[in-house]
Unconditional design. Structure first.
Lengths: 381, 177
């Protein structure tokens, strides 16, 4: 029989008591054999799937680098076989080899041979393919991944946690229903005040950093949807939320709040981590991003459009400051992309707290097709 | 002779089985407390070990195995909490203790206190419930909790303090940290 807990007689709460209560209260919760078996089956399927995928990737890589490698090797063999000419014409021989049509991964043999061939990354990426071409993995050491991606457009997924679908935070409101910026400014000052009151903090709003974050559809965006989208507008939901950077007394961004007007309270049951603030008869769902301090310090570009346009100009694009600039949440408020345009070229700049998830380089400027190709290859395929 | 790559495949399978056996209950318990739903916790259980498979080769052993897996489980829970779908799920706070006829008044009283405490823990906001769970149940240090939750150690300490204070307020007695 369940006991009633309505009665509230005060008693002391000690560390030991909390520990004991949790230990005894949770000891009954155990994974059933069925749950364990289902999980192990899924894991087994995942392992097999991963190995098949790596095999396919490796075969493609072998084809891609195989021909130029053979050409490079032929040139080297000719130089070595030229006997006395080698010592006399060492410098000219080397320059001939460097001019051979080899990909960047092959053109830096010193780095190739000293790369972490036996590292876990290496094993994970090419295990199943090793018997087919045992020498080839040496070309693909960890240290070469970035240059390889830049030169050939192929992405070697670095193994961290994997993402199957891009998704955004759930708290959002329709973009076109948002109040004007001057009005928002005032509302967000009030939200900041309330946040400080609730949390006992003394943070202040960085007004110039207030940023509208666009969201993806609630069902998320998978590789197929990405590939079908001709334009980045097609992956956006038409909704979004505001990101408010709050700085501490040292002027450092300490917290990033996400704010969405609670337009449909009847349908939205707010989770414990969200708080509803009522300001001027409007209700706002407010929560702080878990990685707020990291986002504030390492992804400050999120709140500084001129820094983003600087990245784009630095990448060689002529950027028009009047161009549309959309910031989209692709991983529950942890990782973002900037979507913009320079001339006729649609561009994407990833702003990521975890670079390992998507295969793209943080803060690097990609064209939309290039970005889609790389991300799609990393999304649950 | 068995080719090395086949050996590795067997090893990964064995490793995953070992990890499920060793940490499975912890993952399920953590997810149940964080999400307050046994059904969602079972989903989290599966997703956590799938993510373990996916990230296994990237695990650098910079943190303990336990910290690594708990960290993945907490992240999966957070993803569930953030998803729109979860918001429509009815969650339960029920962690009910049972009494028998032979229990003395003192035992019944103790049980009531424990029940009141666990109910209060379950009513804590997510971020405080997480730290309480990791600190008291998982017996993790502040350093490891900071790694799992990806927050500064100072924040862990302040959340622990705040969590104890909230528990004290809810129960109406004293908190001894």
């Amino acid at each position: 029989m369940a006991e009633s807990n309505e009665r509230r007689v005060p008693f002391s709460v000690s560390d030991d008591m909390i520990k004991e209560v949790l230990k005894s209260g949770l000891s009954e919760i155990k994974a059933s054999d069925e749950l364990i078996n289902i999980t192990l089956e899924k894991c087994q399927a995942e392992i097999e799937n991963k190995q098949k995928k790596q095999s396919r990737k490796f075969m493609f890589m072998t084809y891609k680098v195989g021909a130029p490698l053979a050409a490079g090797a032929l040139v080297l063999a000719l130089i070595i076989n030229s006997g006395g000419l080698l010592t006399k014409k060492m410098e000219s021989g080397m320059s001939t080899a460097q001019q051979a049509p080899v990909p960047s991964a092959v053109a830096v043999p010193a780095e190739v041979t000293t790369s972490n061939i036996n590292s876990d990354d290496q094993v994970a990426g090419y295990d199943s393919a090793a018997p087919q071409a045992p020498e080839s993995p040496k070309l693909l050491g960890k240290g070469n991944q970035k240059s390889e991606e830049a030169s050939s457009g192929l992405t070697m997924m670095r193994f961290g946690e994997k993402v199957d679908v891009l998704n955004s935070l759930a708290s959002r409101s329709v973009n076109k229903a948002e109040p004007a910026m001057d009005k928002l400014d005032k509302l967000f000052m009030a939200v900041t005040e309330l946040y400080n009151l609730k949390n006992g903090t003394k943070l202040s709003l960085v007004k110039e950093g207030i940023t509208r974050i666009y969201t993806l559809p609630q069902s998320g965006v998978n590789a197929e949807t990405l590939q079908k989208a001709d334009d980045y507008h097609e992956i956006l939901s038409g909704e979004g939320y505001w990101a408010l950077p709050l700085k501490n007394q040292d002027g450092i961004i300490d917290t990033v709040l996400t704010v969405a007007e609670d337009v449909a309270p009847a349908e939205t049951s707010v989770s414990d981590s969200d708080t509803v603030y009522s300001v001027e008869e409007k209700e706002f769902i407010v929560s702080s991003l878990e990685k707020g301090s990291i986002i504030g310090s390492e992804l400050y570009e999120l709140f500084d459009k001129s820094a983003i346009s600087g990245l784009i100009s630095k990448a060689g694009y002529k950027y028009d400051n009047e161009a549309e600039m959309i910031i989209a949440d692709i991983n529950y408020g942890n990782d973002f992309i900037v979507l913009t345009q320079a001339g006729n070229e649609k561009l994407v700049v990833p702003l990521l707290t975890d670079e390992s998830l998507f295969g793209v380089v943080n803060k690097k400027v990609y064209t939309w097709p290039e970005f889609v190709r790389i991300i799609s290859s990393c999304l649950g395929q | 002779m068995t080719p090395p790559e086949i050996n590795k495949e067997i090893d990964i399978n064995k490793e995953i089985s070992r990890l499920v056996e060793e940490y499975g209950n912890d993952v399920l318990r953590i997810a149940t407390v964080i999400l307050k739903s046994k059904e969602l916790a079972e989903d989290v259980f599966q997703e956590t070990f799938l993510r373990v498979v996916r990230s296994y080769s990237g695990y650098r052993r910079e943190s303990s195995e336990k910290t690594w897996i708990i960290s993945i489980a907490v992240n999966v829970c957070r993803d569930y909490m953030r998803s729109a779908w979860k918001r429509r799920v009815v969650v339960t706070d029920d962690f009910i203790t049972y009494s028998s006829d032979s229990d003395t008044e003192e035992i019944i009283e103790k049980r009531r206190e424990k029940q009141a405490l666990i109910n209060s823990i379950m009513k804590l906001p997510d971020k405080y419930r997480e730290v309480i769970l990791l600190f008291y149940y998982q017996e993790m240090g502040v350093n490891d909790i900071a790694k799992v939750l990806r927050i500064p150690e100072g924040t862990v300490k302040s959340r622990l303090f705040k969590a104890r204070t909230l528990l004290h307020d809810m129960i109406g007695g004293e908190a001894h940290g």
